[in-house]
Design a protein around this ligand. Structure first.
Ligand SMILES: Cc1cc2nc3c(=O)[nH]c(=O)nc-3n(C[C@H](O)[C@H](O)[C@H](O)COP(=O)(O)OP(=O)(O)OC[C@H]3O[C@@H](n4cnc5c(N)ncnc54)[C@H](O)[C@@H]3O)c2cc1C
Length: 221
């Protein structure tokens, strides 16, 4: 098994505040559960620790620090070209991650501020006293918006296309195992997203609705 970084490399570069958005008992790999002591929503560092423990427990033969540069067909299977040389393999499993190359779309409007992709975000320190616009209220966007608001930003705006469904994690956790219509009904009852709370964008080039919240509050609270 080749890994260009170290075990769990993808988690080492994620923002400091990150906790799993999925509960511990639904987030483990086969054969070894995430320890209860890691909490309901393990932190980034706990996820990393879990992955490292997992590799040890399962005696995975991880060859860290080696990048696969290309794969070529050969009569016996595959020729795997790595930074440490070429090996032959009968079969190859590619598990390089689905979306680990950040995409920053071209910006058509005029914006004088700094634009940062969430993959580059680490903590709120650089944003103390600044006005911050977070685009997108997915898991990362919502958590980063709270992080910069609590971390001392002067003002935080969250831009969304449509009102998001936001559920208090403690309530969702008890419901997450129920399926189908029960879960949908629960979500529509308990999620917030009152459109009345959404004010028109002060950044018209975004052409999105902007939910405005000051310091330390998510749209759900
Ligand atoms: C901010 C954030 C929060 C998330 N929260 C959750 C959550 O709460 N719950 C959840 O289930 N999922 C969550 N995810 C998604 C989760 O991280 C991914 O689904 C998961 O990591 C995918 O695992 P993977 O092994 O397919 O890919 P990755 O974890 O991306 O691992 C791919 C590995 O391949 C290595 N690699 C890539 N290319 C090469 C190469 N050419 N040669 C050698 N090695 C290479 C990389 O270094 C990396 O270690 C989150 C993602 C992000 C960005």
């Amino acid at each position: 098994m080749f890994e260009r970084g170290d075990v769990g490399a993808a988690w080492t570069t994620r923002y400091d505040r990150l906790h799993l958005h999925t509960v511990r008992w639904l987030s483990c790999l086969p054969g070894y559960r995430i320890p209860r002591a890691f909490g309901k929503w393990p932190s980034r560092d706990r996820v990393l620790e879990y992955l490292q423990r997992y590799a040890d427990r399962m005696s995975l033969s991880v060859r860290a620090g080696i990048e696969v540069k290309r794969l070529d067909r050969d009569p016996a299977g595959w020729k795997v070209v790595t930074t440490e040389g070429v090996i032959e393999a009968e079969r190859v499993v590619i598990a390089t991650g689905h979306s680990n190359v950040p995409y920053l779309p071209a910006w058509s409007g005029a914006f004088a501020g700094e634009i940062v992709h969430s993959a580059q975000y680490r903590n709120p320190a650089p944003y103390v006293g600044k006005r911050v616009l977070v685009v997108g209220a997915g898991n990362s966007g919502a958590e980063i918006a709270v992080d910069v608001a609590e971390g001392g930003a002067a003002e935080v705006l969250l831009a969304v296309r449509t009102a998001p469904s936001i559920v208090r994690p403690t309530r969702l956790a008890s419901q997450v195992k129920c399926s189908g219509s029960r879960r949908r009904a629960y979500l529509s009852r308990s999620s917030t997203g009152s459109r009345a709370r959404f004010a028109a964008s002060r950044f018209p080039t975004l052409r999105r609705m902007v939910c405005r919240r000051r310091r330390g509050r998510t749209p759900s609270s």
